[in-house]
Write a protein of this length. Structure first.
Length: 292
């Protein structure tokens, strides 16, 4: 059965993919192909290299607790405090951050990113994967989507995770590569290129909802872009046979601390779709697909 799994982007919310993978494995649903975008590329690569979820949570915890990851300073992007002063500090930081990008390429230094991805993946390549794996990135010179299926895992995942302004771009043979989520946030097409014919998508997005009128042109643009992303995602998801949607709306993209909660949310999302998932792996479904 040519079953493929597409793991979408979403920052820290992508830790829910771990729970999705664990629940699928518990139900005997193991993909032959897997593709990831951004955080989905990290989770997907570790899973594809190991061939199981046995050490997935441990590896995630080790990454979160590493000095390199803590040096990223992602905690500056969110606060759980309802205190007016804390919210004010966040607003000030956002303005400072976007102003700083006029002079710097990214919030995180290349040296820190390089060490983190080397520590995660060493010199392992796509050939070392026990499950066929792909991840994507965007070439910001040509606008081409780059799909990685060979070479070093660490460099491909760096390129796929290089959120513009947050992580530094990855330079590869004259190409300047950034987060694949910019062009394709749910990698259904990349997993199809590997050979998948039946596709499960683990999607971390949701329809944006806002209240009140935005007070600046920047906020207006933010809202508009969030809807562009959402509608593009829906077009991509039409190609998937089943879409798993963990309820991650209450989590922040930069908060990696609720690892266990996010994993549980991912597992719950699979349980809610288990009847549909079991149908996908049945011979009858493949027959229906063939005649359709």
């Amino acid at each position: 059965m040519k079953l493929g799994l597409a793991l979408g982007g979403g920052g820290a919310k992508g830790l829910a993919h771990i729970g999705v993978l664990e629940a699928l494995e518990q139900h005997g649903i193991v993909p032959r192909y897997i593709a990831g975008t951004s955080i989905g590329s990290i989770i997907g690569a570790v899973y594809a290299l190991e061939g199981s979820t046995e050490h997935l949570r441990i590896r995630a915890q080790q990454m979160i607790e590493s000095r390199e990851f803590k040096d990223f300073g992602l905690g500056e992007f969110y606060t759980e405090d309802e205190n007016i002063f804390e919210r004010f500090k966040k607003e000030v930081f956002e303005k400072f951050y976007f102003g700083r990008l006029l002079f710097l390429k990214s919030h995180i230094k290349s040296k820190s990113a390089k060490k983190l991805f080397r520590d995660l993946f060493g010199d392992r390549t796509f050939r070392d994967c026990k499950i066929r794996f792909a991840c994507n990135a965007l070439d910001i010179q040509t606008g081409d989507e780059i799909i990685f299926t060979s070479g070093l895992i660490r460099t491909a995942v760096w390129a796929s995770c290089a959120i513009p302004g947050i992580l530094p771009p990855y330079h590869d043979d004259g190409r300047i590569l950034v987060d694949g989520g910019v062009v394709d946030n749910i990698p259904v097409e990349p997993v199809k290129t590997l050979g998948a014919r039946i596709i499960i998508a683990s999607y971390l997005g949701h329809r944006p909802r806002y209240e009140g009128e935005p007070d600046t042109g920047f906020r207006i643009n933010q809202r508009a872009q969030s809807f562009v992303r959402y509608h593009l995602d829906q077009k991509n998801l039409e190609q998937a046979d089943c879409v798993i949607t963990p309820d991650i709306s209450r989590f922040h993209w930069a908060d990696f601390s609720p690892l266990t909660e996010l994993c549980n949310v991912g597992k719950q999302a699979v349980e809610e779709k288990i009847a549909s998932l079991r149908e996908l792996i049945s011979p009858w479904y493949r027959i229906k697909r063939y005649f359709r």
